[in-house]
Structures are given as C-alpha cells and as structure tokens.
Write a new protein. Structure first.
Length: 309
C-alpha cells in the first residue's frame, strides 16, 4: 500500500455502509497507536493534522513519521489537513505532500464559502489532492475551532447540494448535532438523521463527513478524574448514533477528543501508581497502548471498517 487520497476509501465505504476513521495526530505515540491498531484489523485510515498540531510537531516531522508508519504497517493512509482556515494553509499542505485538505469557510456567508472552497479545489485538484469542505456550523471548542451554541446552525440540504455542484469539493462536512470538544451535550444526545437523509437523497453516494464525533468514554473520564483530573460533565456522541450515521451514508467520522482523554487517563494513572517513574518511554508507552486499544474498539464496534482493505 501507500500514502493515498480518500477517494477509493470513500467509494468502498459508501457501498459497504461503513465509515473510515479520521483520527487527529500530534506526536509519534499517537501515530503508532492508531496505525498499529489499523494494521492488526486490516483497516484503512485517515490521519488528520490540525493547524495547531502542524505548528506543535512541525510538518516535516509529522509527514515523515506518517510515511514511516505506512512503510511499517503497509496499510493505506490518507494525510489530511483538518479545519484549514484559509487558502494559504491549504496550499502549504498540498505543497508539503498532504493527500487531502479541508477548507473550513463555514464561518463566512454561503457565497464567500463557495468562492474560497472553489479556489482551494482548483489548486488542489491540479495537483492530485482531494478537498473536504464544510457547510453549517458545529458548536464547541477544539484547537483553532471555537463556535458558540448561539452561532451554530444545522446544514440546509438544498444548500449542500448547490454547494457541492458549484465548488466541486470531494466530500462535505455537515452539521447535524455533533460538536467539538469534550462537552458536546447538556441533555440527551441526538443527531438530526432527517437532515442527513435529505442530504444523501439529494446526493446519493456522495461522501458525507461527521466532525465532532468523539464519544467521550465515561470510563476514561472516570479514570482521568480518579487520578487527579477535572472533567466534570464531559459527554460525547453515543457510539450507537455514530454507527447509525455510518449506515445512513456518512463515510468519514472524525475523532480527536477521545484520543486525548484516553492518553491523559493512561498517563495520569502511570504517574499516580508509579510515582518514582520518570522514564518517558514508560508513561508514553502506556498512552500509546491506550490509543491503540481505543482505535481498535472504534474500528470494530463503531465504524465497521475492519478488514476493508
């Protein structure tokens, strides 16, 4: 296998009624944990890089670690820019060797979103790179994304169809009730499957993306809090809703917060249970294993994308 775009992944996912996992990465241990899980399950994967992660780890380090993971595992890996805020960062990632970029112009008017997305699409397509865009606004806070509940809004299906026709984007993130961060719901978790069904009816087989889709494992939250954390009321999207979304046509499901919490829980436990430990390989090794087990669970029980290569 090799570093690939998401095109073939999404085509297979749409036909098979499952979703590809898109996991955010920040360092070597996260990359290893994700890709080792995917190797064991023979599953393709999308490794996502936010602009904050790009600044933290440096693009060359991240890209070369991803390429090393591909050589080590042999699984198909797509390298994706998550929430690109402007044309410049999308261009930089295309030029760096990313195979997929997201331009998130959802904060602008519909026409401005169309114009900026079309510009990114033109540049990326000329270089063999695919483009994800977003229509509608998800609430929540994560890295450079910060949208209040008051400013969030659901995606209009008719606008989504027009948007895809006019921009030529290869996949579209829509807002149906998910949100970024660890505090997604105050009441009962719900997703607007009626909106999703209208979108997929207007664009059958077209790749739909779900952002803000971490489930915020209560077991991991409890472990964090047990070992000195402070995450009261953290709550995510139930895994049954995510599996249902995949059956309703969602091809890509994004997860970041779940990885952060699983890693943090493992490291906190290691520090408390072994206070004399100061070897980073020990506590980061535990964190890597936590990421691996989390991703395996997501692939098998939520995404349904195991053994799909």
């Amino acid at each position: 296998m090799s570093i690939v775009t998401t095109k073939e992944m999404f085509e297979k996912a749409a036909k098979g009624g499952y979703a590809i996992g898109a996991f955010n990465i920040n360092n070597m241990e996260i990359i290893q944990g994700i890709t080792e899980a995917c190797k064991e399950l023979n599953s393709p994967v999308i490794l996502q890089v936010s602009s904050s992660a790009r600044k933290y780890a440096h693009p060359k380090y991240l890209l070369n670690m991803i390429k090393a993971a591909e050589e080590e595992t042999g699984i198909p890996i797509a390298i994706h820019l998550d929430h690109g805020a402007d044309f410049e960062i999308c261009k930089a990632c295309v030029d760096d060797g990313f195979t997929s970029v997201m331009i998130d112009a959802s904060k602008y008017s519909f026409e401005e979103n169309v114009e900026l997305t079309r510009r990114v699409v033109d540049y990326a397509h000329e270089r063999g790179v695919v483009v994800e865009a977003e229509l509608g606004k998800l609430a929540g806070v994560e890295d450079d994304v910060n949208v209040s509940d008051a400013d969030s809004c659901y995606t209009d299906p008719d606008q989504a169809h027009e948007f895809v026709e006019r921009t030529g984007c290869d996949s579209l993130a829509i807002a149906i009730g998910t949100s970024h961060g660890a505090y997604k719901f105050k009441g009962e978790p719900k997703l607007r499957f009626d909106i999703l069904d209208k979108v997929t009816a207007l664009m059958p087989g077209y790749p739909i993306v779900l952002h803000g889709a971490s489930s915020v494992s209560q077991e991991d939250v409890a472990k964090c809090n047990k070992y000195g954390g402070d995450l009261p009321g953290a709550r995510g999207v139930t895994e049954s809703l995510l599996r249902e979304a995949a059956r309703h046509g969602v091809c890509k499901i994004n997860m970041d917060t779940d990885i952060r919490i699983a890693m943090t829980a493992a490291i906190r436990e290691e520090f408390v249970e072994n206070p004399s430990s100061f070897d980073p390989r020990k506590y980061l090794g535990s964190a890597r294993e936590a990421v691996k087990e989390l991703v395996k669970h997501k692939i098998i029980d939520v995404l349904g994308s195991d053994n799909k290569i």
